[in-house]
Ligand binder design. Structure first.
Ligand code: NAD
Length: 337
């Protein structure tokens, strides 16, 4: 918090549609008198000892402010480029990726009343980046699972369930096949469950979860699902599909000190610069951020204005079947405020 009573939050506008959707957030926050000043942060990567790194001023800003809102960052394809998103997660030890998916009234999808929350381990598993060329035609990729990383993400899942009033925590796994790695993750879940007797704990095989969710997602509404990295990456996009796609799904990357909130979608280069982007996912991410900061009144007020605008359906962006430009949709939300 600054002497003027406002919180300073780092803002990474990002690439492609990033600046357009960030502008919507800034306009809506200013209209809603949210006590936040944005500190713009440039994360254009620098090379340190031949490795992709986040520029030091960006690291300092996020470390100082503890909270950041982030637009999408494009990952160049090709050798030598490390994903900046991965670098950010490693730099700030963002160990848990929280991805809620809630049906939007007024936007019809095959299922009504979806309200899932998925927590993905964010630092290891198949994404540890340990790969070897063994001999020609043979490569090896190592899935790393540690007690420390598993414990902190599972603990967070129980705490999150308590905080948001979900009654159950479910581990999604493949311990039948990956007996040691997923086996350890699951065992730690079982151990920790004893410390949270108020939460019901169980576990399910990933393939069953996929089948059951697309058959009927509503039995998942009272659960927090928690799982190793790769499963969470894939299953969360499937959940996004249940509620209408990437334009609507937010996420929070939670660390032990800093947290970064971002939309699940990428930089959408196909529609960048045309005012066609839907800012809802970034807006919902910013609402998770407000709740994380304890600014619940502002979160509820803005969330209601977004839901009302979507339910009314007069100003929807193209991905939702409407013809409103990004700023026209944002203005409709401001009018509701
Ligand atoms: P993408 O999510 O950018 O786009 C997929 C499709 O969804 C496109 O047709 C796009 O127009 C549409 N879309 C996405 N967001 C939208 C929005 N807010 N409103 C309306 N339509 C939207 O995925 P991609 O094309 O595979 O990736 C593009 C770049 O983004 C790549 O460089 C990728 O590495 C990067 N990326 C970054 C992140 C991140 O920063 N967290 C996540 C995913 C991808």
């Amino acid at each position: 918090k600054q002497p003027n009573g406002k919180y300073l939050v780092s803002l990474i506008e990002g690439d492609g549609i990033g600046p357009e959707i960030s502008q919507s957030v800034k306009d809506i926050y200013s209209a809603a008198n949210v006590p936040i000043d944005w500190e713009p942060v440039d994360v254009t990567p620098v090379l340190v000892d031949g490795k992709t790194a986040i520029p030091q001023p960006a690291i300092d800003s996020i470390k100082r402010n503890l909270v950041a809102l982030k637009g999408p960052l494009a990952t160049p394809i090709g050798k030598g480029h490390v994903s900046l998103n991965l670098t950010l997660r490693r730099t700030f030890n963002l160990f848990a990726n929280v991805r809620p998916c809630k049906s939007i009234v007024g936007y019809k999808t095959p299922y009504d009343g979806v309200d899932t929350v998925l927590i993905r381990e964010n630092t290891e598993g198949e994404y540890s980046g340990i790969e070897h060329h063994v001999v020609d035609g043979v490569v090896q990729s190592i899935k790393l699972i540690t007690r420390d990383a598993s414990e902190r993400v599972l603990k967070y899942a129980f705490q999150y369930a308590n905080a948001v009033g979900k009654q159950k925590v479910r581990v999604v796994h493949k311990a039948t096949i990956m007996k040691q790695s997923d086996g350890l993750f699951l065992e730690i879940g079982k151990e920790l469950a004893k410390q949270y007797p108020e939460i019901q704990f169980d576990y399910e095989l990933l393939d069953n979860t996929c089948l059951n969710m697309v058959t009927d997602p509503t039995p998942y509404n009272d659960k927090v699902l928690v799982m190793p990295n790769l499963y969470g990456d894939i299953l969360s996009d499937m959940c996004a599909g249940l509620i209408g796609g990437l334009g609507l799904t937010p996420s929070g990357n939670i660390g032990d000190k800093c947290s970064i909130f971002e939309a699940v979608h990428g930089s959408a280069p196909d529609i960048a610069g045309k005012a066609l982007a839907n800012p809802t996912a970034l807006l919902f991410s910013s609402i998770m951020m407000l709740q994380h900061m304890g600014l619940n009144e502002h979160a509820t007020k803005i969330q209601k204005a977004i839901f009302d605008t979507l339910a009314e359906g007069k100003y929807l962006t193209g991905d939702l079947g409407g013809s409103a430009k990004t700023h026209e949709y944002a203005q409709a939300i401001i009018d509701k405020l």
